[in-house]
Design a protein around this ligand. Structure first.
Ligand code: PNS
Length: 155
């Protein structure tokens, strides 16, 4: 039984996240989606809101939880075997690679990178927030539940 951990800020979850999480569900026995709870960081959606959106999106297909502290400690607590992260561009690569190596240094945790589908390579949570804030359409870039939550928040 292999458990994969998909960690992230998910502020908000995008179709790129959905793609990576769905492919992780298809590839591993069990999947835990872990929303980081970092009180020191200002987020657009609260941790509870992000948790609720992801729970609505994945229902029974993945366990959606929040975590704080070191990812490797949380992975240990949950019994996760591997961390799965999506890679969109070369820009992602540098930081993701460093984090993967740090996690490996700290606990031997393995990280598997999944290439994001080309359809979503330009989609990031920060750009989604900016476009939505400035009145642009994010339709087709985020799940419906996220689009509604963005509209509600920016009304
Ligand atoms: O969606 P993101 O912002 O790429 O997610 C980053 C995340 C949450 C995976 C990363 O910030 C993280 O692991 N945070 C927990 C704290 C930690 O373990 N830091 C050291 C990482 S090497």
């Amino acid at each position: 039984m292999t458990t994969a951990l998909c960690p992230g800020s998910f502020d908000p979850p995008t179709n790129g996240h959905v793609d990576v999480i769905e492919r992780t569900i298809a590839s591993f026995d069990q999947v835990v989606v872990a929303v980081v709870d970092n009180p020191a960081k200002d987020t657009f959606f609260t941790t509870d809101e992000r948790l609720a959106m992801l729970t609505e999106m994945f229902g029974e297909r993945a366990r959606v939880v929040t975590f704080s502290g070191l990812l490797v400690d949380f992975a240990d607590e949950t019994g996760a075997d591997v961390v799965v992260k999506g890679l969109r561009t070369v820009a992602d690569y540098e930081f993701e690679f460093q984090m993967a190596q740090m996690n490996s240094h700290l606990s031997g945790m393995e990280t598997v990178f999944m290439a994001t589908k080309a359809d979503w390579s330009f989609v990031s949570s920060s750009l989604v927030r900016e476009v939505a804030r400035l009145g642009g359409s994010v339709s087709g870039l985020v799940p419906d539940v996220v689009e509604s939550a963005l509209k509600e928040r920016l009304r």
